[in-house]
Design a protein around this ligand. Structure first.
Ligand code: COA
Length: 391
């Protein structure tokens, strides 16, 4: 056992075979099921892309109409889920609310039917349909308002923005939002997707799979980074302060949020597309002053971090887009989850297709063998307590 190779963070260790998403981190290329991300982001819709990811091929017109219709019919959530959400503390993070409400769906739909294709289809439809409704519902509930019911006459993204903001959006805003969902829908074996696959490998229900992935996505090194990017840009304040900020952060070994990626050594292709989307919104609805700060950070960071292959990732410009769409900062990661559920479900299906439960090994570094001794013979120093309770 001692000659096992340990790779922290499983870097470079394949843990599955997958035909869903392909990344070339040196060229900055990303493809879903073979289709370049830029093509999907400009030509497809989120629901079409979700179908592609989950079922493997682009739908024909009838399949797409059926899928859109099914998703539309399942947008509502039970009043019991809404009532449960009303008991959540208004100060709680919306990701925690989403994780709990996604898990609660497992209470309503029968478990352990994952061999039944109809159950799988229905679960896919329900999760894609209901997650946006739950995100929007918590946003209103925490403001002391009743959730807004989904509108059947509005397409998927317009309906979400309507439920969230209580008004119909400009078609450009809805289209930009839909393209953001396409960009975030899948990214191979990132932490939340890995989490989803590990959970799926136990053959539990898909609601538990998604709830576990939501919990993983919530962390600041993963989906939570775009919240921190906005905070960082606000802290920098003006473009001329970007260089000094970076120098200080790098000297203090502080990570620059929205930069760096395990897979990419160049600028994340999604960051480039999001930057264009931000500019489209600014041209129509007015510029966000933080955009100039972001541009300055990207330029200054290239001189300081570029040699290490650290460039903007997907989170660097997405927050600026969401701000312009009127989405509050702590909803950025729930919005990410609305989209990434498509990738999680694709991996859920793929995992079930060739399942073996995940059970990695470890290299044990603890004490080899000890004998129990009575409490009065044990050391009572604080240091020992800390060491034994948190090795
Ligand atoms: N700012 C400054 N330095 C960074 C950096 C960043 N954002 N990201 C990585 N680095 C540096 C590390 O300090 C380390 O340098 P060293 O070798 O001199 O010690 C090196 O690059 C490798 O970093 P590491 O954290 O080991 O890379 P990773 O592959 O484990 O982590 C991330 C990838 C995404 C977690 C990491 O880049 C990060 O924390 N980025 C900021 C958070 C973020 O934007 N997350 C969203 C990801 S989509």
């Amino acid at each position: 056992m001692s000659d096992m190779i340990f790779r922290p963070g499983l870097e470079g260790v394949p843990v599955t075979k997958s035909s869903i998403c392909d990344i070339d981190g040196n060229k900055g290329e990303l493809r879903y099921r073979g289709y370049p991300i830029a093509e999907l982001a400009s030509q497809s819709s989120f629901l079409e892309t979700a179908y592609l990811l989950i079922w493997g091929n682009l739908p024909n017109p009838q399949q797409l109409r059926d899928f859109e219709k099914e998703v539309q019919m399942h947008r509502r959530v039970s009043f019991r889920v809404r009532d449960m959400m009303k008991c959540f503390p208004a100060t709680g993070h919306p990701m925690d609310a989403l994780q709990s409400s996604a898990a609660s769906l497992g209470l309503f739909y029968s478990r352990r039917a994952i061999d039944n294709p109809q159950y799988v289809y229905d679960a896919v439809v329900r999760l894609i349909a209901k997650i946006p409704t739950m995100v929007a519902a918590f946003q209103l509930i925490r403001k002391g308002q009743d959730p807004i019911q989904p509108r059947d006459d509005l397409p998927y993204s317009s309906n979400f923005l309507y439920m969230l903001t209580e008004r119909e959006q400009d078609p450009l805003a809805a289209r930009v939002f839909d393209r953001c969902l396409i960009l975030h829908a899948e990214h191979s074996l990132n932490a939340s997707t890995f989490s989803a696959r590990v959970t799926a490998s136990t053959l539990t229900d898909p609601y538990a799979v998604v709830a576990s992935a939501v919990g993983t996505l919530a962390g600041p090194l993963h989906g939570g980074a775009n919240e921190d990017v906005i905070e960082m840009l606000q802290e920098i304040g003006t473009p001329n302060k970007a260089g000094a900020f970076l120098d200080k952060a790098i000297a203090n070994k502080r990570k620059i949020m929205g930069f760096g990626h395990r897979e990419y050594r160049v600028k994340d292709p999604r960051a480039s597309i999001l930057q264009v989307l931000a500019e489209e919104l600014f041209a129509r609805f007015g510029k966000d002053d933080l955009y100039d700060v972001a541009i300055a950070v990207e330029k200054e960071a290239a001189n300081r971090l570029g040699t290490k292959g650290i460039y903007p990732n997907v989170d660097f410009y997405s927050g600026l887009v969401y701000r312009k769409l009127g989405i509050s900062r702590d909803l950025f990661t729930p919005v990410f989850a609305i989209s990434r559920v498509a990738g999680w479900l694709a991996h859920w299906r793929e995992q079930l297709g060739a399942n073996r439960i995940f059970r990695p090994s470890q290299i044990y570094t603890g004490v080899k063998s000890r004998s129990w001794n009575p409490p009065e013979e044990r050391s009572s120093s604080k240091e020992t307590k800390l060491k034994t309770s948190h090795p």
